[in-house]
Design a protein around this ligand. Structure first.
Ligand SMILES: Nc1nc2c(ncn2[C@@H]2O[C@H](COP(=O)(O)OP(=O)(O)O)[C@@H](O)[C@H]2O)c(=O)[nH]1
Ligand SMILES: [Mg+2]
Length: 360
């Protein structure tokens, strides 16, 4: 069976930390110690791109940060179970340049790149909006409000300009709000604290953003802290310290399943308003053979995911239990169960709990 395709669209103004994040994401998950602990590993589908990312990271280690880029970037990563030859998950990462937010395309070539890039959004199960941790630290709530308002306006503008040329932009319905440069915050600051502040101080702007994206709960219930490299002012860059980069792919996986459940619930008109996520999930599992018939294409991998991860494991917060299931799957050579369960476990371990928080 080919790997399960997860598509994730990453947005953030220039300087927010997208390029460095990609290098840290790759580097962290290629480490032998990562494979030992998490029982899966990453490979770039295009080896040359993988080497470019490593090169970028090695330069970071020497304190050289990347040149700003205004290109749309696309890269694919495979996740393999430890010691097994086949990949279970393929993450397609789309890096949307901040410039698209600010300016009109400079020429026909950029206009076409933008068109192609925006079409990829239609396949993306999850969007990540990267809030610049350095700006949030110095400007506070005003920055977050500005970010939401600005992003809402720009999504609206991109939708209108695309519609004018006959393309329909379809934004992901599941989003993660991620705070970059989390190393600039105190060590006990977690995704839960970030969630509290955002919901307390920017709820009006959040509501507006959700309505522009046409998804009621799109924003405001998944929060992440990310740090690619701890780079305090006037101090040595420490590339071994990163936060949240290992929880990213698992967060995208889990968000995708949640998106499918929500989509399925929305298509069932008789659904009671109070139906919980887990009732929805149970339903989806029950009809797993037919869900592909009514779910939009981007969610059709979920029927496969649910064949390999039981509801119990999906909902479990017990890392030891998940790790046992994962190790059993590895012994049996069950590629999919090993990686998928491994990812769920990664979201529930200490780093996952600090870096990822879901409030509903
Ligand atoms: N403290 C800290 N600074 C970072 C981190 N990631 C990026 N930066 C800083 O932010 C700058 C912009 O990052 P970059 O990834 O190029 O931003 P992009 O424009 O969104 O791709 C970098 O040159 C670094 O100085 C991080 O994890 N921690
Ligand atoms: Mg960049």
């Amino acid at each position: 069976m080919p790997p399960l395709d997860l598509h994730v669209a990453v947005f953030g103004a220039s300087g927010a930390g997208k390029t460095v994040l990609l290098a840290a994401f790759y580097r962290a998950q290629t480490q032998p110690s990562f494979q030992e602990e998490y029982a899966y590993k990453i490979q770039a589908v295009n080896k040359a791109q993988g080497n470019q990312l490593l090169g970028r990271f090695y330069r970071l280690e020497e304190g050289k940060f990347p040149e700003g880029s205004t290109r749309f970037d696309e890269i694919e990563f495979d996740f393999f179970p430890r010691d097994l030859p086949e990949a279970a998950v393929r993450v397609h990462w789309y890096d949307y340049p901040g410039r698209w937010w600010e300016d009109e395309p400079v020429d026909a070539e950029e206009r076409e790149a933008m068109r192609q890039g925006l079409l990829k959004l239609g396949m993306s199960q999850v969007g990540i909006l990267l809030a610049d941790g350095a700006k949030y630290r110095s400007e506070g709530t005003g920055y977050i409000r500005w970010l939401f308002e600005h992003f809402a306006d720009e999504c609206d503008r991109l939708r209108r300009t695309s519609a004018a040329t006959g393309d329909e932009v379809s934004f992901p319905r599941e989003w993660i709000l991620a705070l970059s440069k989390a190393d600039l915050f105190p060590p006990d600051y977690g995704a839960r604290d970030f969630e509290r502040e955002v919901c307390r101080d920017a709820d009006d702007q959040l509501a507006k953003l959700c309505s522009v994206l046409r998804a009621e709960h799109a924003f405001g219930h998944r929060f992440m802290l990310l740090s690619s490299v701890a780079a305090p002012a006037d101090a040595q860059v420490d590339p071994r310290t990163s936060l949240g980069v290992r929880a990213l792919a698992p967060a995208v996986l889990v968000s995708t399943v949640e998106g499918a459940v929500r989509e399925a619930q929305a298509t069932r008109k008789e659904k009671s308003a109070k139906e919980t996520f887990f009732q929805g999930l149970r339903d989806l599992v029950q009809f797993v053979d037919s869900v592909d018939d009514f779910l939009p294409k981007r969610y059709q991998i979920v029927s496969k995911i649910l064949r390999f991860v039981s509801i119990k494991d999906f909902a479990s917060t017990r890392v030891d239990r998940l790790k046992k299931v994962r190790e059993d799957a590895l012994r049996r050579g069950d590629t999919f169960k090993a990686v998928l369960t491994g990812m769920v476990a990664a979201l529930r371990d200490e780093e996952g709990l600090r870096a990822y928080h879901q409030n509903q």
